[in-house]
Design a protein around this ligand. Structure first.
Ligand SMILES: [Fe+2]
Length: 279
């Protein structure tokens, strides 16, 4: 059960950018408890769903003229409970027709990923107990939470979408994964998931390639949602070097659009971003 007066927020997904993590002032309350990890691991995770509250407050508008101010808006917190699970990362979240839709990399609990992270340098990185891309649908009138998974294999992590659709309905997500029959090992595939039809296309970097988080780079502003390039760093275990690989977001399984072979390796990273600006 949640502790009265507890004011920590947003252990749900860790921030990609320092300083962007949601924080609560003393007079604020989190929007609600979305999920909980197993007892003894993490007693409770409170979800600071400021983005979703903000969208709701703005009547679903995509543009937010005052994001810093909007995130400080508060209202009566709503507690929604569902079965226990754990997650680090969202692909996206949006609200439509009285339903909060959340696309997350969902773990059954923290135990497997927690142990793998503690043993990172020697872990075999088991697939059992790792995350699955899951679409949660929170019915805001009843508080009931439905879920759907996709044929995206195992060890799903680092879900991303076209950033133009953050906070808005999106159709496609991209995620690192392994084949369904893979028992151990870091991810060697990237998948594109059509969240409407359930269709999944995969690019396999095996036997020696290990991709990191995919990044979606739009071909042009205002283009179709999947008109872009999925770029990732791929560690080539045979060459002991890293490649920068670009895949056609519409045809992920196809031969890469480009492969830039670096003369060195790039240490495994978690998150990245892309900007057309040079600073
Ligand atoms: Fe993260």
């Amino acid at each position: 059960m949640h502790r009265q007066g507890h004011r920590d927020a947003a252990a749900i997904g860790h921030p990609a950018l320092p300083g962007h993590e949601p924080r609560l002032r003393a007079d604020q309350e989190p929007l609600g408890v979305l999920h909980r990890a197993g007892p003894g691991v993490v007693a409770e995770i409170r979800a600071g769903l400021f983005e979703f509250r903000r969208r709701a407050a703005l009547g679903g508008q995509a543009a937010d003229p005052d994001p810093a101010g909007a995130t400080r808006r508060t209202g009566k917190p709503r507690i929604i409970e569902t079965e226990a699970f754990f997650q680090f990362h969202f692909a996206n979240g949006f609200e439509e027709d009285g339903t909060l839709v959340l696309d997350v990399a969902r773990y059954p609990d923290y135990r497997t990923i927690g142990q793998a992270l503690r043993d990172y340098w020697k872990s075999e990185w088991p697939s059992q107990g790792m995350a699955t891309l899951t679409r949660l649908r929170v019915d805001l009138s009843t508080g009931k939470v439905g879920s759907r998974t996709y044929d995206s294999g195992r060890a799903n992590e680092f879900p991303i979408i076209n950033p133009a659709n953050v906070g808005k309905r999106q159709r496609y997500a991209y995620i690192a994964c392994n084949p369904a029959d893979r028992v151990v090992g870091l991810q060697q595939q990237l998948a594109r998931i059509d969240l409407e039809t359930g269709a999944v296309a995969k690019h396999d970097f095996g036997p020696d390639g290990y991709p990191g988080e995919p990044l979606f780079i739009a071909t042009r502003p205002g283009g179709a949602e999947d008109d872009g390039v999925v770029v990732t760093l791929v560690f080539d275990a045979a060459r002991q070097r890293t490649d920068i690989v670009g895949l056609d977001a519409r045809d992920l399984a196809a031969k890469p659009l480009f492969v830039a072979k670096l003369k060195h390796h790039v240490p495994y990273s978690l998150h990245g971003t892309f900007t057309p600006r040079l600073v």
